[in-house]
Structures are given as structure tokens and as C-alpha cells.
Design a protein. Structure first.
Length: 366
């Protein structure tokens, strides 16, 4: 019995992804149409079915409830929703069409449409309401993404992050909650509120969150990452990283945890620069660019917390992430957020504006 199916719209690598949650829904007569990018050759494969989390990973499950594919969330290009009980599918598709235009005005119009659908969905199953709540949060986020810093972005960004947080608190588990968590964390990072980033990931990092093992480990590492950036959370991050290192599989995850443990230990111990050599050793030993991105990002954090701070060294560390080891868009985004703070500390208003503009453009990657 499929208990969780996700529908809604998320943007990954600049491509619109529609995800719809259907917990408690009546059987559908039209399945979702799911497009997935093949990791080997980049071609697009199309399926009809639903997306569900399972121990093996994110699965595409056909109408006959057979697993058609196991995919990475980042490889899902698009999901065109099927039918939902209690919600006018024709109106949903019309609103999706507005979203496809990718303008602030059309996102605002779509948001009003979803508000109206929610008002009419009083007797709809819980899954249909969940879908509408997801869309309402998403539209708030997209509107904020299309807003410049001098156009009241801080207020709209805070509202969007709070909406995502409310969604996660209300629903707690399910495929779309993963994307809601990532979206909230990304906005809080842009607001330089890493305590909120850590709090956001903490819920997904719980072992009863229903995540597949690889995504659970990713959530746990993201919580550690944010704790280190808060400074005051470094001691807890050190303990968590050391604990995960005991069972982490060999490879990128173990190498990243080694970096996190070294950075957290150094910052928590009050002598941040002691973390430089062990992290540089990981950089020298690894061939994985994603590991190097995390390592340079943590070097940046170390230099920012040094006594006295070394903002120029931090700047170069974060620039390595942005310009060289840039495959992981999450790491690049966080590095650019930190560069804004570095340039603020140097009273370099021109570069602050430059990186605000870069961040605004980068929002479309999520």
C-alpha cells in the first residue's frame, strides 16, 4: 500500500520539477508523468506512475505498484500531476502553466489560484490538501526568489522560509518534505541565519524521518555543516561528526565527515587554525571535487573564526568553492553567502552588491 506519494513543484538546476503529495487520496485514473535524467548519458527517460520514498531510495512506482526505477531526487526533471480527489485538475494544470512562465507576476497569480483551490478543498483528502499547501509555500518562495535585495527581499524571504518551516512541521515526512527542507535551509543561509539552517535540517536528520539511508546521512551532514557555521554549535557538530564517522561508508561521505570533525574540533577548542593542516591533508588525498568543495568551505569558516579573523584567507577559500570546485550548487550557494559577509566586514560595498546579484541569479538553481 503506497502511503506517501509526492507532488509539487521544485526547481532543480534551473529546471522545473512538479511534485504532488497524495496521502489518503482516492485511486487515480491518470498517473503522474515523470521525466528523469539518465546519469550516464544525460538523456531524459519518461515514466507514468508516482514517486515514493523507500529504503532503497526514491522510487518511481507504476500504476500496478511495481517499481519502475530508483532515482536521485536531483535527477527528476519534471512531474506532470495526475488526478487528485477534491481538486480540479484542469485548474491545477492552468496554474502550472502560469508557473512555467517563471515571472514574479505569474507566480503571484498562481499563488492566488492555489489559495482559491485550498478554500474549495474542505472535503478533499489529506494528501490533496498537502499538495496545495506545498504549492502555496512554493509560490511564496518563487516570489521571493524573483525579488531583488532593494525590493524588500528580506521580508519576502523571511515569509517564504517561515512558510516552508510550517509545512515541514505540519507534515514531517514524505518526499516533498525533503525539498521543503532544502528550500527553507537555502533561504535561511542567504539571510545568514545558520542557527535556523541547523534547526531546519535537524528534523530531517532524525532516524524516524522516513528518509532512505543516503538522504538521511546527507541531512545529518547538512545539520553538522550548519552547526559549525553558527560557531556556538561547533562542539555539538564535533560529537555528531565523530559518531557518524564510526559507521559512514568509505568514500565521499567519510571524507566530508573527516573534514567536518576537524573543523568543528578546532573551532570548538578555541584555536581555529589548528584545523587547517588536517583539512589540507584531506584536500591533498582526495580526488573528489565535492569533498574538496566542503573542505575549502570549512577552511573559510576556520579563517573567519581565527583570533584575529583572517577575512582575506577566508575569501580565497570560499572563492575556490565558487570558481573551481563548483559542481555542488548547494556548496557554491553557501560559499557566496559567506563571501557577502566577508565583503561586508571589509566595507566593500561594490562586491557586496555583486554577490547579492550572483545570489539572486543562483536562486533559480533550486
Amino acid at each position: 500500500m503506497i502511503r506517501q506519494v509526492a507532488r509539487g513543484l521544485v526547481v532543480l538546476a534551473g529546471i522545473t520539477l512538479f511534485v504532488e503529495a497524495v496521502d489518503g487520496r482516492q485511486p487515480v485514473t491518470a498517473p503522474d508523468k515523470i521525466s528523469v535524467r539518465d546519469k550516464k548519458d544525460g538523456s531524459i527517460k519518461n515514466y507514468e506512475g508516482t514517486l515514493v520514498f523507500a529504503p532503497a531510495g526514491l522510487q518511481v512506482v507504476g500504476p500496478d505498484k511495481k517499481t519502475l526505477a530508483v532515482v536521485s531526487p536531483s535527477d527528476v526533471v519534471k512531474v506532470v500531476p495526475g488526478e487528485m480527489a477534491g481538486v480540479d485538475r484542469g485548474e491545477v494544470l492552468r496554474l502550472v502553466g502560469l508557473e512555467d512562465k517563471k515571472t514574479k507576476a505569474d507566480y503571484a497569480a498562481a499563488r492566488l489560484g492555489y489559495v482559491d483551490l485550498k478554500k474549495k478543498a474542505g472535503a478533499a483528502p489529506a494528501g490533496s490538501k498537502k499538495y496545495l499547501d506545498f504549492k502555496l509555500s512554493l509560490m511564496a518562495s518563487r516570489i521571493a526568489d524573483e525579488t531583488a535585495y532593494d525590493e524588500d527581499w528580506s521580508k519576502l524571504g523571511a515569509e517564504a522560509a517561515d512558510n516552508w518551516t510550517g509545512f515541514v512541521n505540519d507534515y514531517k515526512t514524505g518526499y516533498e518534505v525533503w525539498y521543503a527542507t532544502r528550500a527553507a535551509a537555502r533561504i535561511y543561509a542567504e539571510m545568514n541565519k545558520f542557527n535556523d539552517v541547523a534547526r531546519t535540517w535537524k528534523q530531517m536528520a532524525k532516524k524516524d524521518s522516513g528518509l532512505p539511508a543516503d538522504l538521511l546521512l546527507e541531512a545529518q551532514m547538512q545539520e553538522i555543516d550548519a552547526q559549525i557555521r553558527t560557531r556556538t554549535g561547533a562542539a555539538a557538530a564535533q560529537v555528531a561528526a565523530a559518531d557518524l564517522l564510526k559507521t559512514a561508508p568509505a568514500g565521499a561521505a567519510k571524507e566530508k565527515l573527516t573534514v567536518y570533525e576537524a573543523a568543528a574540533k578546532a573551532i570548538a577548542g578555541g584555536d581555529s587554525l589548528t584545523g587547517v593542516k588536517p583539512i589540507e591533508a584531506v584536500i591533498a588525498a582526495t580526488k573528489d571535487p565535492a569533498v574538496r568543495a566542503v573542505a575549502f568551505s570549512m577552511l573559510g569558516e576556520i579563517y573567519l573564526t581565527a583570533a584575529p579573523p583572517k577575512p582575506r584567507d577566508a575569501m580565497w577559500a570560499f572563492l575556490w568553492v565558487e570558481t573551481v570546485y563548483s559542481a555542488d550548487k548547494d556548496e557554491v550557494f553557501k560559499a557566496m553567502c559567506r563571501l557577502v559577509e566577508v565583503f561586508k566586514s571589509q566595507q566593500d560595498d561594490d562586491r557586496v552588491r555583486l554577490y547579492h546579484d550572483k545570489l539572486r541569479r543562483a536562486r533559480t538553481n533550486f
